[in-house]
Design a protein around this ligand. Structure first.
Ligand SMILES: [Zn+2]
Length: 188
């Protein structure tokens, strides 16, 4: 018999994974969640202001309009979770509640915390900026979960980011600007 994993259980396991890795980026991510600086919500309980943004993003990404009626129908939610595993708006991270792999969720939390730290939502207007933001966030996941991060790995990750986010690959690949942990740990 296969026990169905509920979101609460899988989410708790994801937080445990972050706690156990004891990596500074994982610690920072966990801190943001535990002191409620970051609010973690599932897409089926998406907040109205976030839903409006995501519906617009969906239209930009998929070329298909979603009804703006709130709360969204289950059909609309199923389209959203098919499009994305997670989205961040302000300090609110919305996650696909049907994900069942705690490690994947732990990676998503690290990724979105990096976007939060670097104010990604304000730096997303060109392909180049989008690449930098996603490259840094994906590297953040790799720094926690795929140590050691070697130079060849940087090129490989850059290619993967360009593919995943359908962005042009920059000619030269270097560590992206921005932060992986706050400069002054006590200030955030
Ligand atoms: Zn991202």
């Amino acid at each position: 018999m296969v026990l169905r994993k509920t979101w609460e259980r899988v989410y708790k396991q994801a937080l445990e994974i972050l706690r156990e890795t004891n990596h500074p980026i994982a610690k920072y991510t966990l801190g943001l969640i535990e002191n409620k600086t970051l609010e973690i919500i599932t897409f089926n309980k998406v907040k109205e202001k976030d839903f409006k943004c995501y519906a617009d993003d969906y239209c930009d990404d998929k070329g298909e309009k979603l009804p703006h009626h709130y709360p969204p129908s289950s059909l609309t939610i199923s389209k959203i979770i098919k499009a994305w595993d997670a989205k961040i708006n302000g300090n609110r991270v919305s996650i696909n509640h049907t994900l069942s792999d705690p490690k994947k969720i732990a990676k998503i939390l690290v990724h979105e915390a990096n976007h939060f730290l670097n104010d990604t939502n304000d730096n997303y207007d060109t392909d180049e900026k989008q690449f930098t933001e996603e490259f840094r966030a994906v590297l953040s996941e790799s720094l926690v979960f795929s140590k050691p991060l070697r130079k060849w790995k940087l090129q490989e990750i850059a290619k993967e980011v360009a593919k995943r986010y359908e962005l042009p690959l920059p000619k030269s690949i270097a560590m992206p600007e921005g932060l992986f942990v706050p400069k002054n740990k006590s200030s955030r």
